[in-house]
Design a protein around this ligand. Sequence first.
Ligand SMILES: O=C(O)CCC(=O)C(=O)O
Ligand SMILES: [Fe+2]
Length: 312
Amino acid sequence: MTEFTEVPVVRLGKRSDEEIADDFRVAYGTTGFGYIVDHGIDQSLIQAVFEASWQFHALPLAEKQAIAVDTTHRGYIAINTSTDVNSSLADVTKPNQSASFMMMREDASVDPNIYLSGPNRWPELPQFRETLETYFEVMSGLGRRLMRIALLACGATDFSILSAFDEPTIWLRLLHYPPQPKASPDDLFGSAPHTDFGCLTLLAQDQVGGLQVQTPAGNWVDVPTKPDAFVVNVGDMLHRMSNGQLMSTPHRVINRSGRERYSVPFFFDPHVNTIVQPLPGTGHPRYNPLIFGNFLRSELEAAYEAHKPGKN
Ligand SMILES: O=C(O)CCC(=O)C(=O)O
Ligand SMILES: [Fe+2]
């Protein structure tokens, strides 16, 4: 595997998907992370999402707890309620030092046959829902374009998997990391070392910093904010679809800045009933097929208090 010292830039703009796929292959075949620029998402909309996040996290705790995350994985996730125990990357025993608001697809009701279906749990804040729904919509468009580019990049010859993103699994997460004391233990993280479960993560972050990605040799490389760029990374499901060509790289967050950190990851994943397997054209399959929802269930039950069997 190729060692790296920084996260590369991939420009979209009006270039053809085929042309962008060449850059994508280089970036995601080595680092698994990239700064996506010229992405077409309005900066003022991203700013509005951060403002919504500040307002949400400033609410009294009781108002946030009133929409505490449930088994549909929507609502408020308080600090100290998730631990990356499935992490094979580190011996993680301490819960993540972050709180978040989680939005997913808006379903009219819970369908017992579709894991994680259901309506969102909204706080009472003016414009909050409208702003997040607009962002959810435009980011879904960008996610679809990037998935097509990713498939071109890994040499897939059959693109029918893209229909699994007609009704995608999406998490839009408003994360708040309070400052960690300078003297906090080495194994206390804002977000413990992990890889992302799904296909693509599109992250907007503020100026505070703290995100790091791990190189094949085990070093940690900072991923500072870059103006007008999303930090986009490949998750475990796209790694499998690409038959291992696109990397799902470990990353973590440590906020020792002394300041509050806010970030907004947008996770763009297939429908839960999708069979995930190496795509035709990517070579002799190195991974067995799995059903995305089953994989998700085991990950969420291990990591989140709200999903422990017997809850809700
Ligand atoms: O907050 C960040 O910068 C990254 C968050 C992250 O890795 C995640 O939520 O999966
Ligand atoms: Fe992550």
